[in-house]
Design a protein around this ligand. Sequence first.
Ligand SMILES: [Zn+2]
Length: 136
Amino acid sequence: MQLAILLVLILIAVLIAPWLIGVAIALAAAYGIYLVVAAVLAGTVLIIAVMWFQIAGGGRRKEKTRVNLTPEDQREQRRHIEAAIAARQAEQFHRNEHTARTMRVEIHDKKKACKFCQVEMAASASRCGNCGKSTT
Ligand SMILES: [Zn+2]
């Protein structure tokens, strides 16, 4: 059973990297079969690790390309930002306008009573609208 797994691993290693056969033969000649088995196992693990990192790296690269926006996306994003800025400016303008109107209304609404007839009139009026007399 262990031998079968080992053979499959060796087969995978050889299929992935044919030069491993040469390495294995060289190692077999130099040190003996146990070291060859260990070397092949180590090589297989190394190859699997490298493959794993390549897959992971590929995934990262793919993610990076997603982050790297295309010119169209950038244009779209800029349009969104510009729209947001325009919206904020418009909101601010409306708020200012509203404030100005409120202030105007307040000024307009400020009333005073005529010294002569006691009829209410705008604080800014110099002449009473009822009796026509000067307020000053
Ligand atoms: Zn008056």
